[in-house]
Design a protein around this ligand. Structure first.
Ligand code: DX5
Ligand code: ZN
Length: 214
């Protein structure tokens, strides 16, 4: 299992320490939750902060944009050196065009689906998407309760991807712990995001390793 700990649950007063801790962990990626207070009812951090995060991180960056008009920020995300740029299907009127512009910028394109958005909306373009991020909570906050019906969405998505012969990977974000993570692994998830499960623990690195071994 690939793991992508979310910086949203880190202690922003000692961000460097938390990034160093992740650098020394089994994490595969560093998940960056970018919020605008419009698409979601919360604001997290923006590019001036992320510039320093990117400089300090030794892990590849996995940017999750919970913002309206994410196409306006393709260059900023690229300049951070992100491997994945994930935009919300619900925030893109011209999703196909946005996915193409992310890839033209040299990044991998991710598309996130809110819990209530059906996976079928990606059926026709799945072959051009590098990663689908299934939200297993309503986006905007860390520490929320996992929504169980999203497991079925992962199963359906896995089937859709395999049928299409696409190389798309499935990431799941929200309320991930060892119990929900195990169910998601069984349903076909490839990568798990975890915020509070990692950062509220005595030993965050042990939590990351435990998720990795699911
Ligand atoms: C929620 C964010 C998540 C969040 C997950 O909108 O997209 O990445 O940090 O936090 P937990 O793991 O605490 O649910
Ligand atoms: Zn996220």
């Amino acid at each position: 299992m690939l793991t992508s700990p979310s910086l949203l649950s880190a202690d922003f007063g000692r961000l460097n320490d938390d990034i160093d801790m992740l650098n020394d962990s089994d994490a595969d990626y560093l998940h960056l939750d970018i919020m605008d207070g419009v698409f979601v009812p919360n604001i997290s951090f923006g590019f001036p902060v992320l510039k320093y995060v990117a400089k300090r991180s030794k892990k590849p960056l996995d940017a999750h944009l919970m913002i309206v008009e994410p196409q306006k920020f393709v260059n900023e995300v690229k300049n951070l050196g992100c491997e994945y740029m994930t935009v919300h299907q619900e925030a893109c009127v011209h999703l196909d065009r946005v996915v193409n512009s992310i890839k033209e910028a040299g990044m991998k394109a991710g598309v996130a689906l809110n819990p209530a958005t059906p996976v079928d909306t990606l059926r026709h373009c799945i072959g051009s998407i590098d990663m689908v991020l299934v939200m297993s909570v309503n986006p905007g906050f860390g520490g929320q309760k996992f929504i169980p019906y999203t497991i079925e969405k992962v199963r359906m998505l896995r089937e859709m991807i395999d049928k299409a012969g696409a190389g798309t990977i499935i990431e799941v974000d929200g309320g991930v712990n060892l119990e929900t993570g195990a169910a998601l692994a069984q349903a076909g998830a490839d990568m798990l995001v975890a915020g509070s499960f990692v950062f509220s623990a005595q030993c965050p690195q042990a939590q990351i390793s435990a998720l990795k071994h699911l």
